[in-house]
Design a protein around this ligand. Structure first.
Ligand code: HEC
Ligand code: HEC
Length: 290
């Protein structure tokens, strides 16, 4: 059935059509097609207008354009379209590339809901997406840049500095600890060298920022890297249960105290009762095995 029909050859004029006329018509079709494409492109560009914002003028005076799309889609609901902050999230003006990079690389942002606590998890964005977001946040105002991390810091100097500045919150082995106000200082078991350098620079959450000289910063980075690799049986895994087991012990001790107190009060009230009834064979409170 199909065999009878000649295949339509689009490059050739159909039988009986003047070749020249046909090519003019074909060209007309092309022109119309191109015109439609151009129109669509223009509309797309116009409607994409707010996608591009003019970044803070960089030192060389050139005007850079930064893509705001991802920010508007993922962050603006809490941080505002210009990163100016809303009731749901702080202003990011001046947070800098370092903070954006840290919060995105460690998966702390975007939060699912404003009252959630930022915690380390798998990053939500690809490297390219993160770079676009970091650029946008950096364009909002001057802030700390992503630090350069070189390996080879002085580990024993790092141990001193770590013990003096970090151990109180992160534990001597970096296993993490309970900090006041219910925030837990993260275990450093997953922190990369760049995470450590950025965290010191920006001070996430209740952690204060530290202004160490580069050599001291490298030393701490090297020591935390050493802690991460140190195969100590009391290290990250067991130490990680510290706050939990402490809480468990206090619940058990508390329960024992409550039981003792109840027994004590019960006995006293029995003793104090006036003897209304006729002679009692045994006192109920004292027979219970005190
Ligand atoms: C559901 C709300 C919400 C969304 C969505 C959200 N954030 Fe946040 N963001 C917060 C809150 C709340 C904080 C403060 C958290 C804290 O410190 O405990 C915060 C903190 C930050 C900080 C640290 C600010 C500083 O000065 O230390 C950065 C950087 C950041 N967010 C970037 C982003 C980026 C980039 C996105 C989009 C990919 C995003 N956030 C999406 C609510 C949100
Ligand atoms: C006052 C307590 C405190 C001190 C002191 C402190 N931190 Fe922190 N640190 C925290 C808290 C809390 C967090 C988690 C913050 C968050 O997730 O919002 C944290 C997070 C970190 C992280 C991120 C961990 C991860 O896996 O994402 C690193 C790295 C870090 N701190 C390193 C250090 C270093 C190095 C020092 C010492 C120079 C230090 N901290 C001092 C409380 C502290």
């Amino acid at each position: 059935m199909c065999d009878d029909r000649p295949a339509v050859d689009r490059a050739r004029p159909p039988a009986g059509v003047d070749r020249r006329r046909w090519s003019v018509e074909a060209a007309g079709g092309w022109i119309a097609g191109v015109a439609i494409l151009v129109a669509v492109a223009v509309v797309a560009l116009v409607s994409a207008g707010p996608r591009f914002v003019v970044a803070a003028t960089p030192p060389n005076g050139a005007i850079r354009q930064v893509d705001a799309t991802l920010f508007l889609q993922n962050c603006a609901s809490c941080h505002g379209p210009q990163g100016e902050g809303t009731a749901n999230g702080p202003s990011l003006v001046g947070a800098g590339a370092a903070a954006a990079d840290f919060y995105l690389r460690t998966g702390r942002m975007p939060l699912g809901a404003p009252d959630q606590r930022p915690i380390r998890q798998d990053p939500h964005f690809t490297d390219a997406e993160r770079q676009a977001l970091v650029e946008y946040v950096a364009s909002l105002g001057p802030g700390p840049d992503i630090p350069q991390v070189t390996s080879g810091g002085d580990v024993s100097r790092g141990r001193e500095l770590y013990t003096a500045n970090c151990a109180a919150c992160h534990g001597a082995s970096g296993s993490g600890n309970a900090v006041g106000g219910g925030s837990a200082a993260a275990s450093l078991g997953q922190a990369t060298n760049l995470d450590v350098a950025e965290a010191m620079l920006i001070g996430p959450g209740v952690m204060p920022p530290f202004a160490f000289a580069p050599a001291d910063r490298e030393a701490i980075v090297a020591y935390v890297q050493f802690l991460r690799g140190a195969p100590s049986p009391g290290g990250f895994e067991i130490g990680g249960f510290g706050p939990v087991s402490e809480g468990f012990v206090s619940i058990v001790v508390g329960l024992i105290l409550v039981v003792l107190a109840v027994r004590f009060v019960g006995r006293r009230s029995h003793r104090g009762e006036p003897a209304v009834h006729a002679p009692v064979d045994s006192e109920p409170g004292s027979g219970a095995g005190a």
